[in-house]
Design a protein around this ligand. Structure first.
Ligand code: M6R
Length: 615
């Protein structure tokens, strides 16, 4: 949602704060700001819009100081404006904050009744004013923070800097992530280890309800009034991992990283020599699982959709999937012996975390598939299956999604083996298909000019685009439509092929391209035998209404149907079970090049944020 950073340094900190904000900008980018202490007084610079605006401001009005805090914002309370940009400050304290203070109105009413004047529309200001009220009652910053923690409700991470106190910064977290970085005579605090990576690899992750006092020589962590120990760990992240390299956009870099990160992920989950999945040690036996419930948001939810096909087919396990934001409020009964799998790149999406909380209340075993093993969702779960995608900076998810699929496919194979529903022969076949996948993805990426042509000539000219897919290609169609929407702002919808005639067909005319995701085989014998018939009938329905067909299929599918399409691409041949992963790369390329043709902000699309830690 928002990115936060704080530094107690030996030299001027503003350049370091801005540098860290650049790494955090993917979390939110509608305003940004920094504050430092100058002769004991809080001074700040803030700017609406992207970080470049703040940088321009700092060029004309530099900010000195060796202690400071910074923020990049995705607005929740109060519109994006300089007035609502963080740091939010009084004359005693400056705050940067990520998350939501749910009882801010109640606190505000109390504080206004005390005679305090609020200057912003943010919930954050309630924290700044509350701390100020305590400080004015002669409490120390430590006592004020400890007391404030007892008053705040909601999910948040915050960092506070106090006027007259060049020696300390304070942080606090509940629900949202916050990490402390240990330097040499310098200390850092930020949203995650990624923000701190160029400064230090020595990181302490804070737990829920922790508050921390940083000085130049270390930190002390508290829960309530009790001092607690939190270990210092080595973060494997390096500054180089979060650059764009030679690529124009993070998205392009991350798409091109897919062969490598899928290879890395496979190394953990598969033994290439024996072509057998490595069964991760899990706190349950697949044989006693009564049902799997899978949940996630956005792209992560589509990973659940694909995995449903795999678990049902390969392990013969019943699977329910549900968008996390609906699941948590629907409160469905969940059977004893059930496993709830939460899928989340960031591991901090609040809807997914709350869905897990509900599943726990229903006595489900919780399994997290996440890219951030230290995240809230990972820590809340009984077991974690990490995706080894490395940091994903582009707001639109690419490599995180394909590695989620790899992890879930391996889990489904492990379940199938344990339950005796998958033969050794099939396991070897699928293992081999996964081992070949990085090479097939490379071939697909090498064909990017073909995708670019379709993007420029067809998709970028359209106002609406339909994506169709059958079986496990249906979620790929949904993902293709989501990617196109978020990156190019073109309206797009994904449909199960057979559904088109039940409504969406009304939209089709010569201005509406229809992208058909159609590997020529399927894990479902029924569709396999009817493939040509079913896809061909979709084709005829679209053609009869003047629609422009874009066919994504393999050589066999293109040979059969390519002539009927306005344009087609032969995706490399791959085992149909693994095909959703490869075809995902194809729809990513279409979305990327359409956005490039439209000139949109690819890495930071309007209105979006990388991780959504508020409802
Ligand atoms: O971090 P998460 O995987 O939990 O995030 C879930 C969604 O917010 C995310 O996948 C979103 O849909 C992306 N912008 C998709 O590209």
């Amino acid at each position: 949602m928002c990115g936060i950073i704080g530094i107690i340094g030996k030299a001027p900190v503003t350049p370091l704060l801005v540098d860290a904000l650049k790494r955090l900008e993917y979390r939110g980018y509608d305003s940004a700001g920094v504050a430092t202490l100058i002769n004991g007084h809080i001074d700040r610079r803030r700017a609406e819009g992207k970080l470049v605006n703040l940088e321009a401001r700092l060029k004309s009005e530099p900010l000195a100081g060796t202690i400071g805090i910074g923020h990049t914002r995705w607005a929740t309370h109060g519109k994006p404006s300089e007035r609502n940009a963080h740091p939010i400050a009084t004359d005693r304290v400056a705050i940067v904050h990520n998350g939501i203070i749910e009882n801010f109105q109640e606190l505000k009413d109390e504080l206004v009744a005390e005679g305090r004047r609020f200057e912003s529309d943010t919930d954050t200001e309630a924290v700044a004013q509350l701390l100020t009220s305590y400080l004015e009652r002669q409490m120390s910053p430590e006592a004020a923070m400890g007391k404030a923690m007892g008053r705040l409700r909601g999910a948040f991470a915050l960092v506070a800097m106090f006027s007259g106190r060049h020696d300390i910064l304070m942080g606090a977290r509940r629900g949202s992530s916050l990490a402390v970085g240990h330097g040499d005579g310098e200390m850092y605090v930020g949203t995650d280890a990624l923000a701190l990576a160029p400064f230090t690899s020595r990181v302490t992750y804070l737990e829920d309800d922790d508050w921390v006092v940083l000085s130049s020589s270390g930190c002390a962590v508290y829960q309530g009034t009790t001092k607690v120990e939190r270990p210092e760990k080595r973060s494997g992240l390096s500054g180089a991992m979060i650059g764009k390299g030679n690529h124009q956009h993070f998205m392009l870099k991350e798409m091109h990283e897919q062969p490598a990160v899928i290879g890395d992920t496979l190394q953990s989950y598969l033994d290439p020599a024996t072509r057998a999945v490595r069964t991760p040690s899990l706190p349950f036996d697949w044989n006693t699982v009564s049902r799997i419930t899978m949940t996630g948001c956005g792209t992560a939810f589509y990973a659940c959709m694909v995995a449903k096909y795999w678990f049902e087919k390969l392990a013969r396990l019943p699977v329910e999937i549900e968008v996390a934001s609906e699941f948590r409020y629907r409160e469905p009964p969940l059977p004893e012996g059930g496993v709830c799998i939460a899928v989340s790149q960031s591991g901090e999406t609040i809807d997914t975390l709350e869905a897990l909380r509900y599943a726990k209340s229903q006595k489900q075993i919780l399994l997290a598939v996440t890219n951030v093993p230290e995240s809230a969702i990972a820590r809340f779960s009984h077991a974690v299956l990490p995706t080894l995608a490395g940091p994903e900076i582009c707001v639109a998810s690419t490599k995180a999604f394909t590695t989620q699929l790899i992890v879930l496919l391996n889990a489904a194979i492990a379940a199938g083996r344990a339950r005796g529903t998958l033969s050794r022969e099939d396991e070897e076949r699928l293992a081999l298909a996964m081992i070949e996948l990085p090479a097939r993805i490379n071939e697909t990426l090498n064909m990017e000019d073909d995708y670019r042509r379709i993007a420029e000539n067809t998709l970028a000219q359209a106002r609406d685009v339909l994506y169709l897919g059958r079986g496990a290609s249906f979620p790929v169609a949904l993902e293709g439509a989501l990617k196109l929407k978020e990156l190019s702002y073109i309206h797009a919808e994904g449909y199960a092929g057979g559904e088109m005639k039940h409504g969406p067909i009304a939209l089709i005319d010569d201005a509406v391209p229809v992208v058909v995701v159609a590997p020529s085989d399927s894990i479902f014998g029924k569709i396999a035998s009817n493939f040509e018939h079913k896809i061909a009938s979709n084709f005829e329905q679209v053609r009869a209404r003047g629609g422009k067909l874009v066919l994504l299929s393999d050589a066999r599918g293109v040979a059969k149907l390519g002539a009927k399409a306005e344009t087609s691409i032969a995706v490399p041949d791959i085992d149909p079970v693994v095909a959703p992963i490869l075809y995902t790369v194809a729809v990513q390329l279409l979305a990327y090049y359409t956005a490039l043709a439209k000139g949109t902000d690819i890495d930071q699309p309007r209105n979006l944020a990388k991780s959504v830690t508020v409802e």
